[in-house]
Design a protein around this ligand. Structure first.
Ligand code: NDP
Ligand code: GDR
Length: 325
């Protein structure tokens, strides 16, 4: 039985990846943060699985990671834990760098200290391309536009360095935006689809957004965690872009989401400056040809299908909430 260790298991991607690996017969170990309220909503449904083990820890606690990796001795490590919100990274730059950059280094050092021959996946991001115009692929220039993007770029290079310096099987997945009904509620897609559900149920009257002109390449998260796993199954470690190859504006996503509930987005979306960033990433559209060629991976779900799928899920949630008595 293969053994995997996942940081960020309570997040969107971590929860889908845990499901995927448990389904493949892995023993899965996940890092969870201590919190005064429960933060395991996305993995609660997996709690009866005897092959899932959760451990308290934090990416900023290097000693804790050394102890965990030494004891668990995983075959595969997926580093998905991060302060992952771009706008928040402008408000918490130090914490963002500690978690995303130093945290990655801590984990790589823990693997080295244990003398493990394991495979390592780093959750890199299209935000590292920042102002480089699309289409972006593995050879495109990095120019991050936020403390988040810069912190992930440091983690990316340290991953490459551990591969080159120590011969570690380390890969960096440069993933473009991917969403799902489990997406955090303060990312723009989920904020929009939740608002559509609440507005169509008559319990909210508008939603406030920032920049509607930004272009993103939105795919479906369960397909992207399959890509992460495939990156660790090939003979040679490498870096791969995962993306749909199609860009849409935030405005397009709004239009599709509201239209799916027979609403006109222009009647409900208001502008609020506080959701704008000090420096914006204008356009990200990925070229995932290398992943198609080497991993036989291709995105299946389009951004507009995703908008509809997420609206349906949020409308079901609102329905359940309203009829729960
Ligand atoms: P989420 O924000 O949904 O999940 C982040 C996870 O990291 C949560 O489990 C969170 O725990 C955990 N975490 C946060 N801080 C720490 C810390 N200091 N120590 C340990 N764990 C911590 O992110 P996603 O699932 O969307 O993304 C997964 C990874 O992929 C992230 O690294 C993200 O930056 C990256 N990425 C995401 C993309 C996307 O479009 N979704 C695209 C490209 C890269 P808790 O639940 O307790 O908050
Ligand atoms: P992003 O995702 O910054 O691309 O990072 P987000 O959904 O936060 O923003 C996408 C675009 O929408 C614009 N926007 C708003 N964004 C938010 N959050 N809230 C708003 O009200 C709003 N209005 C407009 C933003 O300015 C931006 O242009 C995500 C994260 O998952 C990262 O962790 C990941 O690395 C990248 O995707 C790829």
């Amino acid at each position: 039985m293969k053994r995997a260790f996942i940081t960020g298991i309570t997040g969107q991607d971590g929860s889908y990846l845990a499901e995927l690996l448990l389904g493949k017969g892995y023993e899965v170990h996940g890092l969870v943060r201590r919190s005064s309220s429960m933060n395991r909503g996305r993995i609660d449904h997996l709690h009866t699985d005897q092959t899932l083990h959760l451990h308290y820890g934090d990416l900023t606690d290097g000693v804790g990671l050394v102890n965990l990796i030494r004891d668990i001795r995983p075959d595969e490590v997926y580093n998905l834990g991060a302060q992952s919100h771009v706008k928040v990274s402008f408000e918490m730059p130090d914490y963002t760098a500690s978690t995303n950059s130093i945290g990655t280094l801590n984990l790589l050092e823990a693997i080295r200290a244990a003398g493990l021959d394991c495979r390592f996946y780093q959750a890199s991001t299209s935000e590292m391309f920042g102002s480089t115009p699309p289409p972006q692929n593995e050879e495109s220039k990095f120019h991050p536009r936020s403390p988040y993007g810069a912190s992930k770029l440091q983690a990316h290079w340290v991953t490459v360095n551990y591969r080159e310096a120590y011969g570690l099987y380390a890969v960096s997945g440069i993933l473009f935006n991917h969403e799902s009904p489990r997406r955090g509620e303060n990312f723009v897609t989920r904020k929009i689809t939740k608002a559509v559900a609440a507005i169509s149920a008559g319990i909210q009257d508008h939603v406030e957004l920032g920049n509607l002109e930004a272009i993103r390449d939105w795919g479906y998260a369960p397909e992207y965690v399959e890509g992460m796993w495939r990156m660790l199954q090939v003979d040679e470690p490498g870096d791969y872009v995962l993306a749909t190859g199609v860009g849409h504006t935030v405005r397009d996503f709004c239009e599709a989401a509201f239209a799916h509930a027979d609403l006109d987005w222009r009647d409900y979306v208001q502008h609020n400056d506080s959701f704008e960033r000090p420096s914006e990433v204008d356009a990200l559209i990925g070229d995932a040809s290398r992943a198609a060629e080497v991993l036989d991976w291709r995105a299946q779900t389009t951004a507009l299908d995703l908008a509809r799928l997420m609206v349906d899920a949020d409308r079901k949630d609102v329905d359940r909430l309203l009829h729960s008595d």
